[in-house]
Unconditional design. Structure first.
Length: 432
């Protein structure tokens, strides 16, 4: 069944090619297709296109379909093009002609648009909560390990003393910026496209404000062409936020892969959370974080992939947008997976504290020793040269004393302030 079916059948190879993965991916949209249909039917009833009796019958059947979806029993049958066709077919089979009326005043274009906007709105909330969970784990680790020193690096060279507390908290605070990105994307997707039909509106007297309120959108896309233009652009906005979060997690994963190596030896994990080598019996590999790193890199490529699919399209709907769905929907699942796995792994991280006395870390303290000279009254440039000469002639002996008191230093984590930032950043969720 196709919503556009007339008096001919599509050739099988064309059917397979054009449907693509819609049957599989549309299962992710099914819940939201029902939500959109319930709102549309309520509006059609108010406008006199559907009787009270027909509305009650439709609502009852849509509720049954919603239950099937919740139980994982909803399927898109072979020969059915997409979720919209499946829902309408099930309604028509159950209640007859009333089921055929639900498409009045809408197109498959605005139907999939509203499904996607509702889906993205829901997923932004879910991902944001997953980010908050990872954030909380990082802050907790920062507090636990705030006194443990670790080397800071610039240019991959030993630079200055840092702490595990700062390292964990740094990634936590960066996640706040990622939430800002999701908040911006949320504002873009939280606009109602329903009623824009195929992108040029409808001659039926539709009440778009009513469906906007029923679906709890902040506003509607007033111009029907603008609603159609949001296809692909809205996904790209969410993809940029996803890419931002993936960048944060990928950098954390890279650090952990590096720090687990024997040349660093800063952290480790229980052996059951690592993998081995088929030939080297000593290996305990960070495969989880290597896969997290790779998947985060894939997510970071997503905005460009969506841009290349959609950027050269003229105004109006084009089947190219189907490829957006095939790329975008699985990427959201990937991001949730890496967020949840990162949190799980970090709950089991083992931070070591037996490496800072190694001679190779002596030069970490040169800046501290320069600062002491300056505090004692020596001009900075003279103090810098003095310590530099000692390093060059091999007479430098580090004091290994680190000032923990000043703002921005390794002992002043400002975690309470960072937590307030995250709380404020997430406030957009409580307002919905």
């Amino acid at each position: 069944m196709k919503l556009w079916a007339k008096d001919f059948s599509t050739e099988e190879t064309v059917e397979k090619f054009t449907v693509g993965k819609d049957r599989e991916l549309d299962l992710m949209l099914a819940k939201f297709d029902v939500e959109g249909s319930l709102a549309h039917v309520a509006m059609l009833n108010k406008q006199g296109f559907i009787t009270d009796k027909e509305r009650r019958a439709i609502d009852q059947e849509l509720s049954k379909i919603s239950q099937l979806i919740a139980e994982g029993k909803f399927v898109i049958e072979e020969g059915i093009e997409d979720v919209h066709s499946q829902v309408e077919l099930m309604l028509t089979k159950a209640i007859g002609n009333a089921g055929k009326k639900i498409h009045t005043g809408r197109s498959r274009n605005d139907q999939v648009l509203v499904d996607l906007m509702l889906f993205m709105r829901h997923e932004i909330k879910t991902v944001s909560q997953d980010i908050r969970t990872l954030f909380d784990q990082l802050i907790a680790l920062s507090e636990i390990h705030k006194e443990k020193l670790m080397p800071g690096y610039t240019h991959m060279q030993i630079a200055m003393p840092s702490s595990f507390g700062m390292w964990f908290a740094a990634h936590a605070e960066t996640l706040v910026d990622d939430i800002y990105m999701f908040e911006a994307a949320y504002k873009i997707v939280n606009q109602n496209p329903l009623g824009s039909a195929a992108g040029y509106g409808s001659s039926f007297p539709l009440d778009r404000s009513m469906t906007t309120a029923l679906l709890k959108f902040d506003s509607l896309k007033y111009n029907s062409i603008a609603a159609q233009l949001s296809r692909g652009k809205a996904e790209k906005s969410v993809a940029f936020a996803m890419s931002s979060a993936a960048s944060t997690i990928g950098k954390l994963a890279m650090d952990i892969c590096l720090y687990m190596g024997q040349n660093f030896g800063f952290v480790s994990f229980p052996k059951e959370l690592t993998t081995g080598s088929s030939i080297m019996p000593h290996k305990k590999n960070p495969d989880v974080f290597e896969l997290i790193r790779a998947r985060c890199n894939q997510i970071q490529a997503l905005p460009m992939e969506l841009a290349l699919i959609t950027s050269n399209l003229p105004t109006g709907y084009h089947r190219d947008f189907q490829q957006v769905k095939e790329t975008f929907l699985p990427a959201i699942e990937t991001l949730k997976d890496v967020l949840q796995m990162s949190t799980f792994m970090l709950k089991n991280i083992i931070v070591k504290d037996d490496f800072m006395d190694q001679p190779k870390y002596d030069y970490l303290y040169t800046v501290e020793d320069v600062n002491k000279e300056v505090i004692a009254g020596i001009p900075f440039r003279d103090a810098y040269k003095k310590v530099g000469k000692m390093v060059e002639n091999g007479t430098y002996s580090p004091s290994k004393e680190v000032n923990h008191t000043h703002e921005g230093s390794i002992g002043n984590l400002c975690n309470d302030e960072i937590k307030l930032k995250m709380k404020a950043a997430l406030s957009f969720l409580s307002n919905t």
